[in-house]
Design a protein around this ligand. Structure first.
Ligand code: ADP
Length: 326
């Protein structure tokens, strides 16, 4: 029944800690079950440019603890065109690859969905993004490590913030998803989180100021998710300057340090379980699904659902932050 002999694996889009742990798990599980494995370098670009390498068990030795991705990652505009995908498909067949495991965020899985539909290829996705913004999985590979990095960084900012009695806006990643800001705020005892999910419903900044958040405190840290709607941390600081000039504000954009570093144990375990599950899914004849985790159980989430732009965020946590920061 099952015609798959050789499985290709690639990492695409923004890198995330524990992508290597996922590559290792996919490679070793596939070899364990008798498949051949090929690594595709630099995401979909590697398919188009024919950068395909053989993966053996030793290829993935000693990488579980490393950040980044040994397969490299990239964004590919050419893959967004039918012509680009035709070249990718031809190279894939030439290399004898019958199925793909794609590790990446919503963009990468959108690409996988289009490619699978066009060429009838079995593709299984793994949610590899620090943003945690894929629907159908409680967490994504890299999210926990990024949250810990944010906690580490904000703890240091707190020292200087309290010495100077300032209002710090700290921008965290999350491309229109407030998971890192919200949970990062709880983990660091921040005074507030400004998240895009509710940006059109309430004026989060005005609410914060009206609540007199700074009255009894000598420092205030607000985590702001990057967002075009709110303007991120810079947008907040500009507004304060205009509307509430009595406050001395500072902006810190954590940027790419959030993507780096050795993955946490949680992320390594998640990536290892999901990597094994990806191969099991292909063996079972699953296709066009992302591996997710819900209440500690592995699940298959159709690509169309996973990339929906509306993963619900737990709004109760906003109240938690408010209560705990009085
Ligand atoms: P992420 O996976 O981190 O969300 P991107 O959004 O940059 O990253 O997507 C990664 C790559 O996936 C893109 O550079 C492109 O090659 C591919 N991709 C994204 N969306 C599509 C699409 N609609 N059709 C084809 N390929 C896509």
């Amino acid at each position: 029944m099952n015609q798959i002999k050789c499985i290709g694996i690639l990492t695409s889009g923004g890198d995330a800690p524990a992508m290597n742990a996922a590559i290792r798990a996919v490679t070793r599980t596939a070899i364990y079950y008798g498949f051949e494995v090929r690594g595709i370098m630099r995401g979909y670009n590697g398919l188009i440019l024919d950068e395909i390498i053989e993966m053996k068990t030793q290829t993935v030795s000693n990488i579980i603890q490393q950040g980044g991705t040994i397969l490299k990652t990239a964004r590919s505009n050419e893959f967004k065109t039918p012509e680009g995908r035709k070249i990718a498909y031809d190279n894939m067949r030439k290399a004898g690859i019958d199925a793909l495991v794609v590790i990446g965020g919503d963009g990468s899985l959108s690409g996988a969905r289009v490619f699978a539909a066009e060429y009838d290829i079995p593709i299984v996705g793994l949610p590899g993004t620090i943003d945690n913004d894929l629907y159908g999985t409680d967490t994504t590979i890299g999210y926990d490590t990024a949250l810990n990095t944010i906690t580490w960084a904000v703890d240091r900012l707190r020292d200087t913030a309290s010495s100077h009695e300032r209002l710090f806006f700290v921008e965290v990643m999350g491309r229109n998803a407030g998971f890192l800001a919200l949970n990062g705020a709880i983990a660091t005892g921040s005074e507030a989180a400004i998240i895009p999910e509710i940006a059109t419903e309430v004026d989060q900044l005005a609410e914060l100021i009206q609540n007199g958040f700074r009255k009894s405190k000598n420092s205030s840290i607000v985590l702001v998710a990057e967002s075009e709607i709110t303007g991120g941390a810079m947008g907040m600081a500009e507004r304060v300057k205009k509307e509430f000039p009595q406050y001395d504000t500072r902006v810190t954009i954590l940027g790419h340090i959030q993507r780096g570093g050795s993955p946490t144990a949680s992320d390594r375990i998640l990536a290892s379980r999901m990597g094994e599950a990806a191969i099991n899914a292909l063996i079972e004849g699953q296709r066009n699904v992302m591996i997710g985790i819900q209440n500690d159980a592995l699940v298959y989430v159709p690509f169309t659902k996973a990339i929906r732009d509306d993963k619900p965020i737990n709004r109760d946590l906003l109240k938690t932050i408010k209560i705990l920061s009085i």
